[in-house]
Write a protein that binds this ligand. Structure first.
Ligand code: ATP
Ligand code: FE
Length: 321
């Protein structure tokens, strides 16, 4: 089976051609990072226009790189949600057009299910049931995947997702947003002292598996104000004292944000193993799971519980076809 996959739920226009044996024949992503940097966030109408401008080319490139023509496809898959409806529409329209013209089945895909299941392309040993921690720009979920289409949600965020906290922290620290905020924070944090600022770990008193990042975001904002960081001065122009102040904030934020993930992940594993003791894997996916610090900390928690961590490579953690 050879599938064309199309994804336009947020700010990336993506297409890929994938075979049912897990082989990825091609993967093309056109990012709106420049636009995002200019406007400081995703504006749905503008994002829709940007998708519409490149969708034909992105799909064509994916087919060309794979050396596959539409008539060779077995089906077309497309993200149908969750996401920005104006943006989703661009992908769905394109997928319907191809499926209609070539008489192919059209498969609607849940974006978060795709973030979780993409791990099965790279880790052939991965069998149901497994756990998935989905950490991205809009979601922060921990689920028990019992089978295809059969998921038990153990926890979610009560406000923001961790990726949103990374992105805002990056913006307030004056980091270069032509790529997304997460990688910029990850890099700057390497220079900083993670214990310099005492942020409190969210939701300590809640004995559940839910997450919250709005409070931490606010703590970061206050710390930035207290240290007189001016986001208008880009990090590249900051003097060394100013740079190290920003690096300390980045590192301290990252440490506490990930501590929160670790704590909730530990509890979620305990819960999940009570439901199904045969679980052997935890998949971490979504953009934030491409972060090396996040991965190494999660690996410790997961292995301490006798499970194995599966992380798709970064290009499959962030949005893709
Ligand atoms: P959702 O999947 O919830 O709809 P999304 O599709 O926008 O949201 P993804 O593309 O999966 O999210 O991930 C993007 C998010 O991942 C952004 O918030 C980005 O800052 C974050 N991210 C990407 N790389 C890293 C990294 N190395 N460290 C931390 N965060 C990262
Ligand atoms: Fe996503």
């Amino acid at each position: 089976i050879t599938m064309l996959g199309i994804e336009t739920s947020c700010d990336d226009t993506a297409a890929a051609v994938v075979r049912s044996n897990g082989e990825i024949l091609s993967q093309v992503v056109s990012s709106q990072a420049e636009l995002l940097a200019q406007y400081g966030g995703v504006a749905p109408k503008m994002a829709q226009e940007a998708h519409a401008a490149v969708i034909d080319q992105v799909v064509q490139d994916a087919l060309d790189k794979a050396g596959v023509r539409e008539k060779d496809l077995s089906a077309v898959a497309v993200t149908i949600g969750p996401g920005l409806s104006l943006c989703l529409h661009v992908g769905v329209q394109k997928a319907r057009k191809i499926a209609g013209s070539f008489n192919l089945p059209l498969v609607g895909v849940h974006h978060m299910e795709a973030h979780a299941l993409v791990a099965r392309l790279v880790e052939k040993k991965l069998q149901f049931p497994f756990m998935a921690l989905l950490i991205s720009g809009g979601h922060n979920l921990v689920v028990l995947a019992r089978d295809l289409g059969h998921y038990i949600q153990l926890g979610t965020t009560i406000d923001d997702a961790i990726g949103e906290a990374y992105d805002k922290t990056a913006k307030w620290l004056g980091l270069d947003l032509r790529r997304s905020g997460g990688p910029a924070i990850e890099e700057l944090a390497l220079e900083g002292d993670a214990k310099a600022i005492k942020f409190t770990v969210p939701m300590k008193q809640h004995k559940d598996c839910n997450f919250s990042f709005a409070g931490l975001k606010n703590q970061v904002r206050l710390a930035i104000e207290a240290q007189n960081v001016t986001p208008e001065i880009p990090i590249s122009a900051a003097n060394s004292k100013e740079r190290s102040a920003r690096a300390n904030i980045a590192a301290s934020f990252q440490r506490v944000a990930v501590l929160h993930l670790e704590e909730k992940c530990q509890r979620a594993i305990e819960w999940a193993l009570k439901i199904d003791p045969s679980i052997k894997y935890l998949v971490a996916s979504g953009g934030v799971a491409s972060n090396k610090y996040v991965r190494s900390r999660l690996k410790q928690v997961v292995e301490k519980n006798g499970l194995q961590l599966v992380c798709p490579p970064p290009s499959l953690c962030t949005d893709n076809g």
